[in-house]
Design a protein around this ligand. Sequence first.
Ligand code: ZN
Length: 125
Amino acid sequence: MIPGIDRDSRPWWEALSRHELVHQRCDDCGRWRWPPRAMCGECGSFAWSWQPVTGDGVVVSHIRTHHSFLPGIEAPYSTVFVALAEQDDVVLPGFWRGDSEPAIGQAVRAVFVDQEGGESLLGWR
Ligand SMILES: [Zn+2]
């Protein structure tokens, strides 16, 4: 089950399930944005396209969750917030899949956390 899917975010979730990481990028000013939305917060343009990103980033924050909210995701688990290499003010949450506890400033790469039913969630390691 994927939480919070809507018209704007559906292509992002569908790409994750194909093990692709894509982001909206403004066709006019070139800014990347997250979360998905219809209008550019920088220049106000409604012209944008989905483009692939490298999946590289740096941990800027992390939290530990002690209650399970999703089937198949057992607590406790860590969530990390990662600034994308393409643009460091785009920060993405994802499940931590590293071998040790995450650290702020740690270089990471996106991974795909497969769910029953063929969907995938974003993870980092
Ligand atoms: Zn723009």
